[in-house]
Design a protein around this ligand. Structure first.
Ligand code: SF4
Length: 90
C-alpha cells in the first residue's frame, strides 16, 4: 500500500473518534423547523462543550475549513465563525 493511500485512510477515519457520534449529533445542526435565537445559542453552546472534549477537534475543524462546510458546528466553531477564518472569496 502506498503512502498516499495510507494517508487517505487516516484522513477518512478521524470521524470514528468523534465525541459527537450518537444522539448528541442533533445538537450540531439547526432543526428543520425555525429556531428561536436563545434556543439556537443554547444548542450551539451545548455542542461546543462536547467539542471541547473531543479528541479529533483539530482534524474536524481542518476538514470543515478545507471543504468549506456551510452548515453546522464543526471543530467547535459555527459556520459564521469558520467563515471568518477563511480568505475572502474573489
Ligand atoms: S470537534 Fe465537535 S463537531 Fe467535530 S468531531 Fe468533535 S465533537 Fe464532533
Amino acid at each position: 500500500m502506498g503512502e498516499g493511500v495510507a494517508l487517505g485512510i487516516v484522513q477518512e477515519t478521524w470521524h470514528l473518534k468523534a465525541a459527537c457520534r450518537g444522539p448528541a449529533s442533533a445538537l450540531f445542526f439547526p432543526p428543520s423547523l425555525p429556531e428561536r435565537r436563545d434556543d439556537r445559542e443554547m444548542r450551539e453552546f451545548d455542542a461546543k462543550c462536547i467539542c471541547l472534549g473531543c479528541p479529533v477537534q483539530r482534524e474536524c475543524l481542518d476538514f470543515a475549513l478545507r471543504v468549506r462546510e456551510p452548515h453546522g458546528i464543526w471543530g467547535g466553531l459555527t459556520e459564521a465563525e469558520r467563515r471568518r477564518l477563511l480568505p475572502a472569496a474573489d
